[in-house]
Design a protein around this ligand. Sequence first.
Ligand code: UTP
Length: 305
Amino acid sequence: MRIRKAVFPVAGMGTRFLPATKASAKEMLPVVDKPLIQYAVQEAINAGAQELIFITGRSKNSIMDHFDKAYELEAELEARGKQKLLETVQDIVPSGVTCIFIRQSEALGLGHAVLCAWPAVGDEDFYVILADDLIDGRLQPALSQMHRVYQQYGTSVLAVQRVPKEETGSYGVVDAQPIGPGLNEIKRIVEKPKPEEAPSNLAVVGRYILTPRIFKLLERTQRGAGGEIQLTDAISAMLNEQTVLAYEFEGTRYDCGSKLGYLRANVEYGLKHPDLADEFKAYLTSLTAGWHHGAEHVGTIVKKG
Ligand code: UTP
């Protein structure tokens, strides 16, 4: 049992990142040197996806360009003998993987964005990945961990994470019964519940494996929280018909839709980046040493060697 198709809803307004997202997509924000969407695409390909379906909105041309061949750039890099850089732009989408772009004409919500993928997904189980949730899987990427669960149970699987109770209002939250290590069967799911109404602190984050039944249910889903067509509401309807599992993946999630989460991701990925790690660590050390000594400005970058 393999999953071949991955859906990337990238048509949101990205209001929390204005003005950066005024003319370009939130998913094109870089973490160190790669845009968020490239991390997400890589994770999907690692988990077996061969068809990438992007649900785009206004000002998403940069995403299409990023996954397209860049003839002029490649010719220029080749002429200058920049082989390593050439490979980094050529390897973005491996051969055998195809990209499909579907326009969501109005940002009516995540559920509506997923529904737009129906003609391309058809009657197959599929992945949904929200690129602004960047996940650094501990031993394996989060989606590959979920795929393992899917291979065993053959049913929908949602990635979940425990969040502080006061933050439940930002997530879909599940009421679930444990059935194995990190694995729960969902009994109920609620979109953005107030902390006092939340059934638990297990929150759904941006990775899903869904059966195509979701499309029929999304078609019938009315606007819910925030006036949007919510994926959570269609999943809630699916619970009456099919088993849906909640899987607590191993790894760290960075909420790159928020400024603080995005900064954290840049710092932590910078500290692991092979070309930057040493210098960046030295810089952060000098910066924090300055704080400890009460210095107001620390502008020195400690250079190695
Ligand atoms: P968010 O809830 O993060 O909304 O969407 P947003 O518009 O991107 O960002 P803010 O809250 O205004 O800052 C979750 C995911 O669903 C996609 C977004 O692109 C994001 O990946 N989405 C949301 C759509 O594709 N279409 C929509 O109509 C809404």
